[in-house]
Ligand binder design. Structure first.
Ligand SMILES: Nc1nc2c(ncn2[C@@H]2O[C@H](COP(=O)(O)OP(=O)(O)OP(=O)(O)O)[C@@H](O)[C@H]2O)c(=O)[nH]1
Ligand SMILES: [Zn+2]
Length: 207
């Protein structure tokens, strides 16, 4: 409790170990299922070049569903830096949970610091943490923003994602070149027009 009676949030820990969240994997079973899946679709795995494809498929998806653990390193905001910190154009790759086809693009992730600042690389690592699982873009965007707000307790968070969903560009409606945009703004980036406008200016997106 501060002297004026206001609640002061507890500072975030200097480094929080963010673990991989295994759901229980059985690579052998997945490989057998992949072979069966391909056979059922009339794709023969008899040739030398396709013989290992079920194993490759299994490992490819296992990789895309396994975010790497990392330390969420934070530092005290000793200088009282009170403008935006923004990582622009972070590469994004994820897998849509409806078709298990990739969606790829870029993310812009920013925050207005409170008592602590974040190790810059962690903005990309948090994105990867939530992207490496079957996802929808809306949930991914919100999860990254909510998580940063919760862990860092900044004055505001903004996340904008632009991605191409191959399930709608390579198949189905085949709307080649379509970019899907999503955004989540929290705290001052949501409520304060000046902060929001600055955030959008730094992302390079139209305001
Ligand atoms: N909201 C949202 N929808 C997504 C995302 N990724 C894929 N989808 C959509 O999920 C929907 C699944 O719809 P369904 O009608 O069940 O699937 P479908 O018959 O293959 O549909 P089409 O893709 O239209 O051929 C499609 O409209 C996809 O475009 C995402 O990140 N967010
Ligand atoms: Zn899809």
């Amino acid at each position: 409790m501060a002297a004026d009676g206001a609640q002061t949030p507890a500072p975030a820990p200097a480094a929080l170990r963010v673990a991989h969240e295994p759901q229980g994997t059985d690579l052998e079973a997945a490989e057998l299922a992949a072979a069966q899946f391909l056979r059922a679709l009339g794709v023969s795995t008899d040739s030398e070049s396709l013989r290992d494809t079920p194993r490759r498929m299994t490992h490819a998806y296992a990789e895309l569903f396994s975010p790497r653990p990392f330390d969420l390193t934070t530092f005290p905001n000793d200088e009282g830096y009170d403008e935006l910190v923004l990582a622009r154009g972070i590469p994004l790759r994820s897998v849509c949970e409806h078709h298990l086809m990739p969606f790829v693009g870029t993310a812009h992730i920013g925050y207005l610091p409170g008592q602590r600042i974040l190790g810059l690389s962690k903005l990309a690592r948090v994105l990867e943490h939530f992207a490496f699982r079957p996802q929808v873009q809306e949930r991914l965007t919100k999860q990254v923003a909510d998580w940063l707000q919760h862990q860092l307790e900044p004055k505001g968070v903004g996340v904008v994602i632009q991605a191409e969903h191959t399930c709608m560009t390579l198949r189905g409606v085949q709307a080649t070149g379509t970019a899907t945009m999503t955004s989540t703004l929290l705290g001052l980036l949501r409520t304060d027009a000046r902060s929001r406008s600055k955030f959008l200016a730094l992302t390079g997106l139209p305001r």
